[in-house]
Design a protein around this ligand. Structure first.
Ligand code: FES
Length: 79
């Protein structure tokens, strides 16, 4: 399993995800970015929650510019 980068980067984070709940960090301060680690608590920013019904490969946006968050839409290629 790849480790989450922990900060924004210029491309997606591809991960083999288990089924169940996942939370994509929207505050961009998570130490597990692009996954939420709870750092947003106390702010009005909340993560984007995703429920996967089966294990699958997910291409998470890790640049923060996707128009289809939490997923990569290729917008990072224009950075
Ligand atoms: S990483 Fe591809 S759009 Fe953000």
């Amino acid at each position: 399993m790849p480790q989450p980068p922990g900060r924004k980067q210029k491309g997606p984070f591809v991960d083999q995800c288990e089924s169940g709940k996942h939370a994509w960090c929207r505050c961009e301060r998570s130490g597990r970015y692009p996954y939420c680690d709870g750092t947003h608590r106390g702010s009005d920013i909340t993560p984007i929650k995703v429920v996967l019904d089966k294990p699958c490969t997910v291409i998470w946006c890790a640049c923060g510019t996707s128009a289809n968050k939490p997923y990569c839409d290729g917008s990072h290629t224009r950075l």
